[in-house]
Design a protein around this ligand. Structure first.
Ligand code: SF4
Length: 580
């Protein structure tokens, strides 16, 4: 029955496995066997997909599966104590399933709710603003096996606070307007105009790398054969949640931008890759897609252009690395999200080998707005090298966490003043893969030419232990490394181990030197951005907060004295157990 509800073929594997996990709370071996026979796949290939994604499991999870966000901002708000409390009340150990199968409680890296944490998920539904009292209520509802539909609705109410509008968020466009504008002189003229307008606007991809959007689209347009479009809605960087707000309140613009891309490059299929934590938004997005099909803006003849294009939502399953564009494409194909070797780039060989444009949610929204308002309107804000505005997910030690639309070129200090931050010790611009700055650098600009960012902006005041924060981010990378390449697979574990020992006061100056060497090696040799940036938090703390590191160093930790260590062992060891 589950297979019947999905397109036939292994490309649906991840989606089918998600469905199976939701119904059976795990992916049993008989399902693996059935899928292997049905789609002529190897059992190992299917099992490897199950083991890759955090939200899939070969062993049973609870009928109520709870994930509590374990990002540093959630921890700052007491998430760990809440997890312990919930586990005690449910009689479970973290990451284990209760013997009767009722419940299991897990940590997860980030749920995209840092603006209203501590947060979590229960069976794909969001839980926000958790308190000890609410945890007690949740435990009671689970113990009494109350269906989620009967839980108080406010438990699942996600706010979308926007504190600053600048350009994009102040000028929503009516659905279909950008398509009409593009096609006013016909499809061929519209294609050329769209590329020229994006070039004049200077729009750079909002995913973080900042590649010129017009160049990407032109390269794909010029490639031969059928094409595809993917929208990266897999924001998984701890501290990022802006796409959540765009997908809830600006979904028509997102889809309109994807459709403009499809018409421009000649693509007939598109995928909206939604991070697994945002599964609760899928019905809303399906509704938007259905409305656009009814209006003729998706389907066999988009807005009368003569070109076909449609979009399928695709849900991730808890793997941060799938935010990397080639890993995302692998995941859309139903596989593990292992980043591909580049070149070839997706615009030459992407989804199923087709030339593919991949942009993120914010880029598609801004494309739709540029198509309506024009390049000059867009360039009215920002700097020459970073035109337009940037959406920031502001979280951490601020009075007003939420979404801020700021002009590129704004200083960090201005954003902090807007957000009501005081006693600032450090700001993480761009999430853990970005840049950590200290209070002496608050005059720096958010801009590609100074501090580029994928949108996360996390604030730490003077109460915070920055070494511990960096340690948590390092563990995040170690957990999320896909394991494909040795520098990252081994390097991340070494970094995390060193961070643990540093924090515990068990490391010395030689460990710092080794850590810096490891970080440099990972940056040079890792296969994708995850490994290349995984050492950033620790290296930045060593650079900007040397005192917090130095006071924990043990000068004589450079050598290990075996004889001294053995002195503490009991004189007589217990006898070894005799063989049966
Ligand atoms: Fe995987 Fe890390 Fe290598 Fe990227 S750098 S491919 S995440 S192991």
């Amino acid at each position: 029955a589950l297979l019947a509800s999905r397109p036939a073929g292994p490309g649906s594997l991840l989606q089918v496995l998600r469905d199976v996990q939701a119904r059976l709370h795990h992916v049993p071996e008989w399902v693996v066997d059935a899928l292997a026979r049905r789609w002529r796949l190897g059992h190992a290939a299917i099992r490897s997909v199950v083991s890759f994604y955090h939200f899939l499991s070969a062993t049973p999870r609870g009928r109520y599966t709870v994930y509590l966000s374990d990002s540093p901002t959630d921890r700052m708000q007491g998430s760990e104590a809440l997890l312990v409390r919930l586990c005690e009340q449910l009689g479970v150990t973290p990451e284990q399933t209760r013997a009767d199968g009722l419940a299991s409680v897990h940590r997860t890296a980030c749920t995209g709710m840092c603006d209203q944490g501590p947060a979590g998920l229960v069976n794909d539904r969001p839980l926000v603003r958790l308190t000890p009292r609410r945890i007690d209520e949740i435990a009671h509802l689970i113990r009494t096996a109350t269906p989620l539909e009967a839980w108080p609705p406010d438990f699942f109410e996600v706010d979308n606070p926007v504190w600053r509008h600048q350009q994009t968020l102040s000028h929503p466009i009516a659905p279909g307007t950008a398509l009409q504008r593009m096609l006013v002189n016909g499809l061929e003229a519209g294609r050329a105009d769209m590329i020229a307008t994006l070039r004049d606007a200077g729009l750079r991809g909002r995913g973080g790398a900042g590649f010129a959007t017009w160049q990407k689209w032109l390269a794909c347009q010029q490639a031969p054969g059928p094409k595809a479009i993917t929208c990266n809605a897999d924001e998984g960087e701890p501290g990022t949640f802006k796409d959540r707000l765009l997908l809830m309140d600006w979904a028509h613009e997102v889809v309109e931008g994807m459709t403009l891309a499809a018409l421009t490059v000649g693509a007939d299929q598109g995928f909206l890759y939604l991070r697994g934590e945002y599964a609760f938004m899928a019905p809303h997005l399906m509704q938007v897609l259905a409305e656009r099909r009814s209006a003729g803006w998706l389907g066999p003849n988009v807005a009368g252009s003569g070109q076909a294009f449609d979009i399928a939502p695709h849900l991730g399953a808890g793997a941060y690395v799938c935010g990397e564009e080639t890993a995302l494409i692998e995941s859309v194909e139903g596989k593990r999200g292992i980043p591909r070797t580049r070149p070839p780039f997706p615009v030459d060989r992407g989804y199923l080998g087709l030339p593919t444009v991949n942009n993120n949610v914010e880029t598609f929204v801004q494309v739709a707005q540029i198509a309506v308002h024009g390049a000059a309107w867009f360039r009215a804000h920002g700097t020459a090298a970073s035109p337009g505005t940037r959406l920031l997910s502001v979280a951490g030690d601020v009075a007003r966490p939420g979404l801020y639309e700021v002009p590129w070129g704004i200083t960090v200090a201005e954003v902090l003043a807007d957000a009501g931050a005081t006693e600032v010790q450090a700001v993480l611009v761009g999430g853990p893969s970005g840049k950590l700055i200290d209070a002496s650098q608050l005059g720096r600009q958010i801009a590609f030419e100074d501090l580029p960012t994928g949108g996360a902006f996390t604030v730490f005041d003077r109460r915070r232990d920055m070494l511990d924060i960096a340690r948590q981010y390092t563990h995040f990378f170690a957990h999320e490394s896909c394991g494909f390449c040795t520098p990252c697979r081994v390097g991340c574990v070494q970094l995390a181990d060193t961070a643990d020992r540093l924090l515990a006061g068990h490391a010395g100056p030689r460990d710092i030197a080794r850590l810096q060497d490891t970080g440099a090696l990972m940056q040079r040799l890792s296969h994708c951005g995850l490994g290349q940036t995984a050492a950033h938090p620790l290296l930045d703390v060593i650079t900007h907060f040397p005192e917090q590191v130095r006071r924990r160093l043990v000068p004589d930790a450079q050598a290990f004295d075996v004889n001294a260590a053995l002195v503490h062992l009991p004189a007589t060891l217990p006898p070894a157990a005799s063989p049966p």
